[in-house]
Design a protein around this ligand. Structure first.
Ligand code: SAM
Length: 319
């Protein structure tokens, strides 16, 4: 595998806001759970002193290659090729559980993943219908579409893509695959376009009818929501008291999980509502820092990806 060209760079979103949110301590320990091309990591390293440490995680081998190059240049940095649900295991192995000053998640896929036709994430580029962030993982999108039941597809398209025409699309997939296997991105995109009505309104920018199904399959194949649900408790556990958690999400399904987690941790113990428990006895584990943050005008103008980004920040409360 070669490192892909410049066209496939990734512009880090909400960079200034993330740095402010993490409020970097010079000799602190930080974890970037979604290294990508290291945009956030590099900016964090710039603020860290000689004794600081930054550990990154990514499950994509292309990201790991970039990370390995950075590892050889900067002794404060190291990277792990893992799903981030291995966060606690990694922290335990490194002996940093309870000592981490900041953890960043910049969820979803990177621009280089989307731009590389061979990865099959985009319906705009003809390529194998793959969509695995970690190509060593067993099931690709094409494998799944070859065997998924009608019910399973309807659930995935509706739940993860909020697709109105899930049934129609699932039926068309089953009819088509009986004759020809669905193996490429454009094949699937075209099939979806053929069976869904044109919902665009005059004067409104229309989105491609395959957008929602592609998002849904990607989320399902990579168990994206399961990964987030699993890792948030681990993040809280490995943070040092006063350590910060910053999460950037790109759609409401992710953001809802993050928001609920932070709200629950900030509310503390789960007593029945009717019990008159004073706030001082609620034992919150986190404090929410500020409101959710969206990209400003300038960033929106220069990076369209930032349009759907939402940053939420919380701090571990000393116990
Ligand atoms: C939006 S990009 C991050 C970009 C990065 N912040 C930068 O500035 O270059 C998300 C990255 O996280 C990785 N990723 C997403 N979910 C993951 C998971 N559950 N475990 C490990 N890596 C994951 C993807 O492979 C991708 O490289």
């Amino acid at each position: 595998m070669e490192v892909k060209n410049d066209e496939q760079q990734h512009k880090p979103v909400l960079l200034e806001e993330v740095l402010e949110a993490l409020s970097i301590v010079e000799d602190g320990i930080y974890i970037d759970c979604t290294f990508g091309r290291g945009g956030h990591t590099r900016a964090m390293l710039e603020q860290l002193g000689d004794q600081g440490r930054l550990i990154a995680i990514d499950r994509d081998p292309e990201a790991i290659k970039v990370g390995r190059a950075l590892e050889s240049e900067d002794p404060r940095f190291s990277i792990e090729q893992e799903a981030f649900s291995a966060l606690k295991t990694i922290a335990d192995q490194k002996g940093i559980t309870g000592k981490v000053n900041g953890i960043l998640f910049d969820l979803g896929v990177s621009s280089p993943q989307l731009d590389d036709a061979d990865r099959g994430f985009s319906f705009m580029r003809e390529g194998p219908l793959d969509m695995r962030m970690d190509p060593d993982q067993s099931t690709s999108a094409a494998d799944w579409l070859a065997t998924a039941t009608d019910r399973e597809m309807v659930r995935v398209f509706s739940e993860y893509g909020e697709e109105r025409f899930s049934r129609r699309i699932a039926r068309a997939i089953i009819a088509t695959r009986g004759e020809t296997p669905i193996k490429t991105t454009k094949q699937l995109a075209e099939l979806i376009r053929e069976v869904t009505p044109d919902m665009s309104k005059p004067g409104q920018k229309s989105i491609h009818p395959a957008t929602r199904v592609f998002q849904a399959i990607r989320i399902f194949i990579n168990d994206e929501l399961g990964e987030i649900k699993t890792v948030l408790d681990q993040a809280l556990e490995i943070l040092a008291p006063g350590g910060r958690l910053a999460v950037i999400s790109f759609h409401s399904l992710e953001d809802r999980i993050v928001k609920r987690f932070m709200k629950k941790a900030a509310a503390g113990d789960d007593y029945p509502r009717e019990l008159p428990i004073p706030a001082s006895m609620m034992n919150p584990t986190m404090k929410i820092i500020g409101k959710m943050i969206k990209a400003g005008k300038e960033e929106l103008a220069e990076n369209p990806r930032s349009r759907s980004a939402t940053l939420r920040v919380a701090e571990k409360v000393p116990t």
